[in-house]
Write a protein that binds this ligand. Structure first.
Ligand code: SF4
Length: 177
């Protein structure tokens, strides 16, 4: 269910990983090429003409212990979730609760209540929404309020299966952070 952002007080990602299991993440062509170049072709799946992050056993290939292992390389869809941006309100009575203006542009922002982080933690919702708008518009900023605080402090290695000619194997690709 989507609710207008002004109905919510705080939001913090607790790295439960539920969204990384439930959803299939769409990629732009540029994102797909970038991820394949850096992590191997296997991390991306092509369905029809569209690209998606591969899931293994029902979860994103980049999910490890509830955390995303490619923070700086995350596709836009992952950076923005659970915030949904519309140019018009879904229902007229929701308009004043979903409305926000940034650099003279109007947005109607909703939050997907499937997320466990709603009204949790201490990050005021307006800080998270403002950061999400800047990401949505393509501003080159580092995620601070729209990602899990755990992901910014924890050092971990990333394990990515990739296809060799004959079979899969798992390699340590790189250290993060
Ligand atoms: S965005 Fe929400 S559902 Fe996804 S990992 Fe964070 S708290 Fe869980």
């Amino acid at each position: 269910m989507l609710v207008p952002w002004r109905f919510i007080r705080t939001w913090t990602c607790f790295a439960c990983g539920r969204c990384c299991k439930k959803y299939v993440v769409p990629l732009s062509n540029e994102e797909a090429e970038r991820l394949m170049r850096k992590y191997g072709k296997f991390v991306v799946e092509k369905i029809g003409r569209r690209y998606f992050i591969r899931k293994i056993n029902g979860r994103c290939i980049f999910l490890k212990n509830g955390l995303c292992m490619i923070q700086e390389d995350k596709p836009k869809a992952c950076k923005l979730w659970p915030f949904i941006f519309l140019r018009k309100p879904r229902k007229s009575f929701e308009a004043k609760y979903a409305y926000i203006e940034y650099k003279n542009e109007e947005f109607y922002v909703y939050v997907d209540t499937f997320c466990q982080g709603i009204n949790q933690g201490t990050t005021p919702i307006d800080l998270a929404v403002l950061e999400a708008i800047r990401i949505y518009l393509g501003e080159n900023i580092r995620q601070q309020y729209t990602t899990s605080p755990f992901s910014q402090t924890r050092k971990s290695s990333i394990l990515i299966p990739y296809i060799s000619k004959a079979n899969f194997r798992t390699i340590v690709v790189r250290e993060l952070i």
